[in-house]
Design a protein around this ligand. Structure first.
Ligand SMILES: [Zn+2]
Ligand SMILES: [Zn+2]
Length: 190
């Protein structure tokens, strides 16, 4: 049994969930990466299918390393512009139901504003259902666009959403449990 299982393809950086950078992680998220060369003569189009790359044994390489393998061999250098396609297996709120070590942090993107609020996943889902804009199947990436209330401090309506993940293996969690999140603080009502 895996301890502290995080959804595959994700990692925790400073307590915040981030997409992991390995090819295997891209495969777990079912996330294709595409490149297009900006050079008018070259005009190359490249598609990196992480599942295929894993089949070639490249799963443990980071995406940046693999991009280098595909660079244009032009004398002037590579002009490939890369972008990630949306993940076909994105994070959804219901993946975190019942997880005491997870919170959703909604923070204001207003310039110089530090207002934020931390929600339990169940509270977030209930709020979306009440406003009839989402439910447990709602993707985490879609949440900022669904936050319609202005910031209590700067009155702007521009939100960032992050998933906070505290490892249950840490001494802090064993001592404090969910009170760990009290340290994060509360910014007030969104
Ligand atoms: Zn090129
Ligand atoms: Zn604000």
């Amino acid at each position: 049994m895996t301890v502290d299982p995080m959804p595959p393809g994700w990692t925790s950086l400073d307590g915040t969930m981030q997409p992991a950078e390995s090819i295997a992680a891209y495969a777990a998220r079912v996330q294709t990466v595409k490149g297009a060369c900006r050079d008018a003569i070259c005009n190359r189009r490249v598609t990196l299918d992480p599942k295929v790359l894993c089949g070639h044994g490249l799963g443990r390489l980071r995406i940046a390393q693999v991009k280098r393998l595909f660079s244009c061999g032009r004398i002037d250098g590579c002009r490939l512009d890369w972008h990630n396609e949306p993940a076909e297996n994105p994070l959804r709120l219901d993946q975190f139901i019942g997880r005491a070590n997870v919170r959703i942090r909604v923070s204001c993107r207003g310039k110089g504003c530090t207002f934020f609020r931390v929600w339990k996943v169940e509270q977030m889902i209930a709020g979306l259902q009440r406003r009839k804009v989402g439910d447990g199947r709602t993707e985490v990436d879609k949440l900022p666009a669904l936050m319609s209330a202005p910031c209590a401090v700067c009155k702007r309506t521009s939100w960032d959403v992050a998933v906070l993940w505290v490892s249950e293996q840490t001494m802090g969690w064993r001592q404090l449990g969910e009170r760990t999140f009290d340290r994060v603080g509360h910014g007030g009502g969104v």
